[in-house]
Design a protein around this ligand. Structure first.
Ligand SMILES: NC(=O)c1ccc[n+]([C@@H]2O[C@H](COP(=O)([O-])OP(=O)(O)OC[C@H]3O[C@@H](n4cnc5c(N)ncnc54)[C@H](O)[C@@H]3O)[C@@H](O)[C@H]2O)c1
Length: 267
């Protein structure tokens, strides 16, 4: 029996570690060749909880072709070049999974009245503009392939507000990713290109495990999660696999929380 993504080529950004890496491995296991785009292809080395070595090794271990491209996705020209490189080396693009990003500015000044212009720009660039640049670079190739799937990463932060207003600019950028993606779904639907979003809740990547050992934030949240555990990177990757395959062939423009029910507001 053939794999669901046999003969497909996927780009996964931010796949050096964490959620992106889990997505790259899942898609490879489903039969896709995978291009890993990351600022640092060995970014997992920074955290004890992450697998060692490049993600491309894990993709190849599943019998698929792999390509690693080191690129800063906040740079539009560099992003265009990276996507061109994928097409030159792997032949086409069918699936785009944008995971690169994060709440990378200081939490202590993340309330709306305290956020600096520099922090706003950093978060807009790393979360929103990188996603837009990758999608815009890939769209001509997805059209040339006769259709495809884009999956962009929002967050439960995109539709909730912390009680003290912290994390505001990050949440704003993730809400922007989600709403821009809905518009993209409207534009690209007639071309057979589906655009969906995932909204992870707290997910225990190497980075989050290390950070929460200091803050205790993640452990405290478990009691608020109906399924009484926090997410693993592969919980998110399995939903990405669903959104990349024909199982979700009539789903577009939707944002799927992957949070164990942490946020149950209608969204
Ligand atoms: N882990 C969580 O709890 C959680 C929750 C909600 C949403 N998210 C979102 O999921 C995504 C992944 O989270 P994670 O915990 O795996 O993050 P992570 O920090 O472990 O990994 C992010 C990866 O993106 C890469 N990256 C960062 N900036 C880049 C750039 N400019 N160009 C290219 N690559 C870049 C990093 O090198 C790294 O490999 C992020 O968008 C994050 O906002 C995570």
């Amino acid at each position: 029996m053939s794999e669901p993504l046999q003969d497909k080529v996927a780009i996964v950004t931010g796949a050096g570690r964490g959620i992106g890496r889990a997505c790259a491995v899942r898609l490879a296991a489903a039969g896709a060749d995978v291009a890993v785009l990351d600022l640092d292809l060995l970014s997992g080395a920074r955290y004890a909880g992450e697998p060692g070595g490049p993600t491309t090794d894990d993709v190849e271990a599943r019998g698929q072709r792999a390509l690693g491209v080191q690129v800063d996705l906040t740079d539009r020209d560099a992003t265009n070049n990276a996507v061109d490189q994928v097409v030159q080396q792997l032949g086409c693009v069918d699936i785009v999974v944008n995971v690169a990003g994060g709440a990378i500015t200081p939490y202590a000044r993340s309330k709306p009245s305290l956020t600096t212009p520099e922090d706003f720009r950093t978060l807009i660039d790393v979360n929103l503009m990188s996603t837009i640049y990758v999608c815009q670079a890939a769209i001509p190739h997805l059209r040339a392939a006769g259709g495809g799937a884009i999956i962009n990463t929002a967050s439960t932060a995109a539709f909730t507000v912390f009680p003290d207003g912290s994390n505001s600019a990050y949440a704003m950028t993730k809400a922007a990713v989600a709403h821009w993606s809905r518009h993209l779904a409207a534009e690209l639907g007639p071309d057979g290109i589906r655009v969906n979003m995932i909204a992870p809740g707290i997910t225990l990547t190497g980075r989050v495990v290390e950070e929460s050992a200091q803050t205790g934030h993640a452990d405290r949240a478990i009691a608020e999660v109906p399924l009484r555990r926090l997410g693993q990177p592969d919980d998110v990757a399995r939903v990405v696999e669903f959104l990349a395959t024909d199982l979700s062939g009539f789903v577009t423009g939707r944002c799927l929380p992957v949070d164990g029910g942490w946020v149950l507001n209608p969204s």
